[in-house]
Write a protein that binds this ligand. Sequence first.
Ligand SMILES: NC(=O)c1ccc[n+]([C@@H]2O[C@H](COP(=O)([O-])OP(=O)(O)OC[C@H]3O[C@@H](n4cnc5c(N)ncnc54)[C@H](O)[C@@H]3O)[C@@H](O)[C@H]2O)c1
Length: 247
Amino acid sequence: MQLENKSIIVTGGASGIGGAVSRELIARGAKVVAVDINEDAGQALVNECGDSAAFLNGDVSDPETAKKAVALAAEKFGKLDGLVNNAHASRQKPFLELEKEDWELSFGTGFWATAQFMKAAYEELKKTKGAIVNYGSGSAMSGQTTQGAYASAKEAIRGLSRVVANEWAEDGIRVNVISPLALTEGVEKWSKAQPEAYEKVKNQIPMGRYGDPAKDIAPVVAFLLSDDARYISGQTVMADGGTQKLY
Ligand SMILES: NC(=O)c1ccc[n+]([C@@H]2O[C@H](COP(=O)([O-])OP(=O)(O)OC[C@H]3O[C@@H](n4cnc5c(N)ncnc54)[C@H](O)[C@@H]3O)[C@@H](O)[C@H]2O)c1
């Protein structure tokens, strides 16, 4: 029960990696506010986890959603110890085909939502000396084709995470980034749209397989939120089967 009674917000926390993260945090004793646009998956989480989970149906790109999520965590669980900025929607297109809406979708749900949620959570996290986990991507680090809008937002998230980790260190708030690789519905959709790119990525994974959201990714997020990671901040942790090495 590494996270006993910790109150944690997980954006995109109803399904995919976020759904696995919500369940893992609860299994380790936490209470979770899952923020998602998928009402059915959100209700399924609450049905499964009972009082340990609260669901907020909201779009993370709307700044009001972040404020509502923090208020819900404080009201329902009395405090806020952690924030997981997992949600991120995007469209894959060659750079020259990307339109304003594509940039807005990726930066709105990825970078801007991460910034808004961190800002909204600050006062509560300061009280608990809490922790934040943001999300990067190996495809952004390697410059994978067709990921212009997504990769730019992901690297902006990493840049901001390092700055905020430094600025809020004196408040006792830690900020880290996880860069996962896992087979989710989102990745399955992408694999059907771009089977060659999917196979190429798979062939580059030294461990030879995509990660499992529950077994390979969620425990790493739980660790970063826990007191076991109390001396780790401003880092990017690669949970990708050894694909990318950061030096
Ligand atoms: N799956 C991978 O291999 C991989 C690789 C690198 C990075 N990532 C990152 O991990 C995170 C999770 O990825 P995933 O594959 O589980 O994604 P996914 O698309 O499978 O699931 C994302 C979840 O976010 C929700 N969501 C989407 N748009 C939203 C919005 N506007 N507001 C609120 N909720 C919204 C969805 O309903 C879903 O529950 C993302 O930040 C993604 O970029 C994933």
